[in-house]
Design a protein around this ligand. Structure first.
Ligand SMILES: C[S@@+](CC[C@H](N)C(=O)[O-])C[C@H]1O[C@@H](n2cnc3c(N)ncnc32)[C@H](O)[C@@H]1O
Length: 206
């Protein structure tokens, strides 16, 4: 992703409170439910892509998971999350990186989680680079949980154009090594009193 995206995201997190961004939710319940369902064992290795300042990492640690990684392009977001968690932050691998360029370990993760990050990748080149990273760093039999804006979601997010997906078009970006297990739309309530349609997809790595 281009350098001004990194500047953009870091400025967002330097200038806005965690609960003053449209994607804020106190807890990512749908994500937590899916993660617990596909990886009930607390030894599971989980990576949250574009985790930002979300509380998913706090909730996973509270549920006993001890192999959690959070990757984000914004150093400010990573620092805010790390400080908020305090002592338990030592159980987390923090990565400041672009998800389309990150050097990730091979066949390392049981769960890949991305809530509203992939939809910012508007070129095929970026999406291919992203999917290569998923394919290379996931264990066989692992699960990929993706949330994007759905077909009736907004066309922009945080000022950027986004690609909206239905389950078939999102799965098509990943290809035959990923089996689409389930999908659902969700109406996200923004802190500003509006709603946005999200699409959640769960895929298994074949
Ligand atoms: C809409 S926010 C969602 C944050 C979080 N996943 C949540 O649900 O609260 C998008 C996040 O993706 C990060 N991001 C955007 N582009 C990225 C990229 N190419 N690589 C890594 N992180 C990225 C941003 O810094 C931001 O934290």
């Amino acid at each position: 992703m281009i350098e001004n995206a990194k500047t953009h995201w870091d400025t967002v997190y330097r200038t806005k409170a965690p609960d003053a961004v449209s994607w804020y939710r106190p807890h990512l319940e749908t994500s937590i439910d899916l993660i617990q369902r596909v990886a009930p064992d607390s030894s599971a290795s989980i990576i949250d892509i574009g985790g930002g300042e979300s509380t998913l990492v706090d909730d996973l640690l509270a549920k006993g998971y001890r192999d959690v990684s959070v990757l984000d392009i914004s150093p400010t977001a990573i620092e805010v999350a790390r400080k908020r968690i305090g002592d338990l932050a030592r159980h987390v691998t923090w990565m400041v990186a672009d998800a389309t360029q990150a050097a990730l370990p091979s066949q390392r993760y049981d769960v890949w989680h991305d809530r509203v990050v992939f939809h910012f990748l508007t070129t095929q080149e970026e999406r291919t680079a992203y999917v290569q990273r998923v394919a290379g760093s996931m264990k066989l039999g692992g699960h990929v949980i993706m949330a994007t804006f759905g077909p009736e979601g907004p066309t922009k997010c945080s000022g950027f154009d986004v690609v909206r997906y239905d389950a078939q078009s999102l799965h098509a970006e990943f290809g035959r090594h990923f089996q689409l297990m389930e999908s659902a739309t969700e109406l996200h309530q923004t802190p500003f009193g509006t709603t946005q349609q999200f699409l959640y997809c769960l895929c298994r790595v074949e």
